[in-house]
Design a protein around this ligand. Structure first.
Ligand SMILES: Nc1ncnc2c1ncn2[C@@H]1O[C@H](COP(=O)(O)OP(=O)(O)OP(=O)(O)O)[C@@H](O)[C@H]1O
Length: 334
């Protein structure tokens, strides 16, 4: 487990201390995929870099598996970092080395393995990320997605228990992003390692994360399971991220001329595909107008969100029946 205990960070700019991260208390559980989302300058990289001590907290502490690592130095620091892999937005590969040599690099650096052991481990890693056929290519001969796969293989070389992802898909097109996120989810399932990723895209969080923290101006302003945060965003910053992911405007919907009260219904899991609405309409005689809708997945769980205008004498009864089926209902103000 990774624990931030009132960990804060200020940088010295023009002789003055400028806070980048206000004290953060946060636990990231072993084996989860944890997302940190925020706008540029929110403090995401700073928080991520506190985990492997690329940045040291100005105050507070960082614990890994119960051990206070805040002041780790020398051999302790090297041991800590060899248990934490990291991948980057621009891959950070060595241009003059093949894919295989890039993956071998940390193993050679760390020492203790002979060349045949290194070659076997490199082959295993390249196969894991789907690049067995590309071992002898140089970075310039690889696509962005392939380069990031090399980055992932290199990050996993020393059997880390934590993988840090610094905007790992921001330089990739949507289809390549999807395949790299699928690979990260697969690695998390197969190897059970903890993944912490930072991003400014809610869609990345929705596809791969279990929990998410929303950072705004150096503070965690919202924290929870992705389903809760995505379906019921509370903080204005979170609402804007979710609205962007839904391809809708950040403001409330305006439906002039539509009669009735507006409700947003959020279905999760099996409820997403049940014919609930038609049954409730038949039973209660309420009428509804479907104004917008979306059915998608949050990681492996299907969800649906519908915005409806509803009216009828037995509206309260209809809403109670919908709630009883496990569907969340929020009234939407116009
Ligand atoms: N080395 C540094 N020296 C001074 N200020 C810094 C340094 N690194 C970061 N900052 C400042 O700290 C704040 C948080 O930066 P950080 O890079 O953590 O944000 P971020 O959310 O990762 O942003 P981005 O998405 O643009 O990378 C910003 O105001 C930034 O200018």
């Amino acid at each position: 487990m990774i624990r931030f205990a009132a960990a804060s960070k200020s940088y010295i700019v023009d002789g003055a201390l400028v806070p980048a991260l206000h004290p953060v208390d946060l636990d990231i559980e072993q084996g989860e995929v944890f997302g940190i989302i925020g706008h540029s300058g929110a403090g995401k990289s700073t928080l991520l870099r506190l985990v492997n001590l690329l940045e040291r907290p100005t105050a507070g502490k960082v614990f890994i598996d119960g051990r206070d690592v805040t002041d780790a130095q020398g051999a302790d620091l090297r041991r800590l970092r060899s248990g934490i892999g990291m991948i980057f937005q621009h891959f950070n590969l060595l241009a003059s080395r093949t894919a295989a040599d890039n993956v071998a690099f940390p193993l050679r650096l760390q020492g203790g393995m002979d060349e045949s052991g290194i070659a076997a481990r490199v082959n295993e890693l390249l196969a894991l990320v789907g690049l067995a056929q590309h071992a002898r290519k140089y970075p310039a001969q690889l696509s962005g997605g392939q380069k990031q796969r090399v980055g992932i293989a290199r990050a996993l070389a020393s059997h880390p228990s934590i993988l840090l992802c610094d905007e790992a898909t921001s330089a990739l097109d949507p289809q390549t992003t999807a395949s790299v996120l699928e690979l990260l989810a697969d690695i998390n399932r197969r190897l059970g390692l903890t993944i912490v990723l930072i991003t400014h895209e809610m869609d990345v969080i929705r596809r791969v994360c279990d929990r998410v923290a929303v950072l705004d101006a150096g503070r965690v302003v919202e924290l929870g399971t992705v389903a809760d945060v995505f379906l019921h965003p509370r903080h204005p910053t979170t609402r804007r991220f979710v609205a962007e992911a839904d391809h809708r405007e950040g403001r409330g919907p305006e439906f002039p001329g539509v009669d009735g009260t507006l409700y947003r219904l959020s279905f999760r899991g099996d409820a997403t595909y049940s014919p609930l609405l038609s049954r409730v309409v038949r039973d209660t005689g309420v009428e509804y107008n479907l104004l917008s809708g979306r059915v998608d997945r949050i990681k492996d769980t299907p969800y649906g969100q519908l915005t409806l205008a509803m009216r009828g004498e037995r509206l309260d009864d209809a809403l109670a029946q919908i709630r009883a089926a496990g569907v969340d209902i929020e009234e939407v103000t116009r």
